[in-house]
Design a protein around this ligand. Structure first.
Ligand SMILES: Nc1nc2c(ncn2[C@@H]2O[C@H](COP(=O)(O)OP(=O)(O)OP(=O)(O)O)[C@@H](O)[C@H]2O)c(=O)[nH]1
Ligand SMILES: Nc1nc2c(ncn2[C@@H]2O[C@H](COP(=O)(O)OP(=O)(O)OP(=O)(O)O)[C@@H](O)[C@H]2O)c(=O)[nH]1
Length: 436
């Protein structure tokens, strides 16, 4: 089921980042060491009362070159576009400013639920500060303190109440949901159009919960596909839409709802840092991945050129060794026919479940070839292995002591599992757990 998204808006310095970090809590520190994940702390997962949701810090989208009022307006627009519920944050110590009123005006016009939070109410004695903010017209203001972590529970109770009911949303198990992600100008819109081609007539646009998210569904050779968030690629014009962080945020939201992420690379410009960052998000999110080198028509095509580009990709994207690479041109449609089969393969492998008995035979064979290692005279013993989840395939290896599972041995087991079951296109997770 699709998760709800909450955005925090407010003029600069009211404490948006502080609240964001509080609400995201320790999750952020868990992923801290993973490259690519937290460098942009503007979009993260959070949880309240067993409900998972996503949270956006609109203040993290850098619009600092713009005048203050443009900044707050654009941030309010982002919140309206991207979120199901908006936390409107004000500073309890400074009273209502004209920038607050500007934000309020834009939020009124949206149909999104808004919860008003008065920050920097650091003690119970300061609660009276909230009354003035009734004047903003969003009902009861919630007093909170980001630095002391006060009032956040009541605020979240209110926020969660406004989440849209998604219980009727059924996900079609056989349908493959995929997204096209990549830097501006790599050819995402062009490729969507090329994929849809003459089938445009049977295309249906499904309006998402957020005004701007439009998915496109089509059927090809008896299979159902949905391209996630295709409308997001359409129009441009707002100031924020050209910022890098916003494009990353869009990519992360699209990845979230996809089974397969197509990472587009521009053959004309070659691989850039930003490509790796975006690919990192898709990998970290555990999605199946197909790397698409677009604009192949701009390159003097030959087997050698392809090999060379492939080697460069493998070098730069070492963490994506499982991802197939497709070379094509959205413009001339050359080699376009090679794309969908790869999407199907990656999608099927991502959802694949293997039988426990067959899995354990594979592991036993692996042990025969390469016996388990010992650390300080202690030998790793593998009792049995089971697949605990799909999307992505996740395996638990029950062992005498998980400390003895060296990552090189884990890598070896992963490779054997991949060889035996063919998980091309999908990441695979392996965890060691203790069992006596
Ligand atoms: N006293 C007090 N100070 C706070 C509280 N929350 C945040 N601050 C302070 O307010 C200042 C601004 O906090 P940020 O979280 O950076 O504010 P922001 O709204 O994200 O600012 P921008 O990123 O510029 O939009 C910092 O100095 C914080 O330490 C709070 O609950 N009480
Ligand atoms: N030569 C060539 N040009 C292409 C190809 N695909 C797209 N382009 C061009 O690249 C430019 C950007 O294409 P778009 O499809 O708008 O790219 P996008 O990734 O959707 O761009 P944003 O909306 O900015 O994120 C356009 O001028 C396209 O005509 C291709 O296969 N070959």
């Amino acid at each position: 089921m699709r998760k709800s998204t909450v955005a925090i808006v407010g003029r600069p310095n009211v404490g948006k980042s502080t609240i964001f970090n509080r609400l995201v809590g320790e999750r952020i520190s868990i992923v801290e060491d993973t490259p690519g994940v937290t460098r942009d702390r503007i979009y993260a997962k959070a949880e309240w009362l067993n409900t998972d949701f996503n949270i956006i810090d609109t203040g993290g989208i850098d619009l600092s070159d713009e005048p203050l009022l443009v900044q707050v307006r654009e941030q309010a627009e982002i919140a309206i576009h991207e979120a199901d519920v908006i936390i409107f944050l004000v500073n309890g110590r400074e009273g209502i400013t004209s920038a607050d009123e500007e934000v309020a005006k834009i939020l009124y016009r949206s149909n999104k639920p808004v919860v008003l939070a008065v920050n920097k109410v650091d003690s119970y004695e300061m609660q009276h500060l909230i009354y003035e903010y009734y004047a903003l017209g969003f009902g009861q203001p919630f007093p909170i303190s980001g630095t002391h972590g006060l009032g956040l529970g009541d605020l979240l109770d209110e926020v969660v109440k406004h989440f849209p009911d998604r219980s009727n949303e059924i996900e079609d198990e056989d349908r493959i949901y995929f997204s096209l992600i990549g830097r501006p100008n790599v050819g995402k819109s062009s490729l969507v159009n090329a994929i849809l081609g003459v089938d445009r007539v049977i295309v249906s646009d499904i309006e998402g919960t957020t005004k701007d998210a439009v998915d496109t569904s089509f059927t090809r050779e008896g299979r159902d596909f949905t391209i996630i968030d295709t409308a997001g690629m359409r129009k441009r014009g707002k100031v924020y839409e050209t910022t890098e962080k916003y494009s990353v945020l869009r990519a992360m939201k699209a990845i979230e709802r996809s089974d397969v992420a197509l990472i587009l690379i521009d053959a004309d410009t070659g691989i850039r840092e930003q490509d790796k960052k975006i690919a990192g998000y898709a990998h970290d999110a555990g999605r199946a991945i197909v790397i698409v080198v677009n604009k192949w028509d701009t390159v003097e095509s030959s087997q050698d050129a392809m090999k060379e580009f492939e080697q460069e990709i493998r070098k730069q994207f070492q963490f994506l060794s499982y991802a197939p690479i497709v070379f094509l041109s959205a413009k001339t449609k050359k080699r376009l026919h090679t794309l969908l089969p790869k999407i199907v393969m990656a999608g099927e492998n991502h959802a694949k479940r293997v039988k426990t008995n067959v899995l354990n035979e594979v592991i036993e064979d692996a042990l025969a070839v390469n016996p388990t290692p010992s650390i300080k005279g202690q030998k790793l013993k593998i009792l049995y292995t089971t697949q605990v989840a799909a999307k992505p395939p996740t395996f638990v290896v029950f062992v005498n002591d998980p400390q003895l599972m060296h990552f090189t041995y884990e890598r070896f087991l992963e490779n054997r599992i991949r060889e035996a079951f063919g998980f091309e296109g999908t990441p695979v997770n392996i965890y060691a757990r203790r069992r006596n």
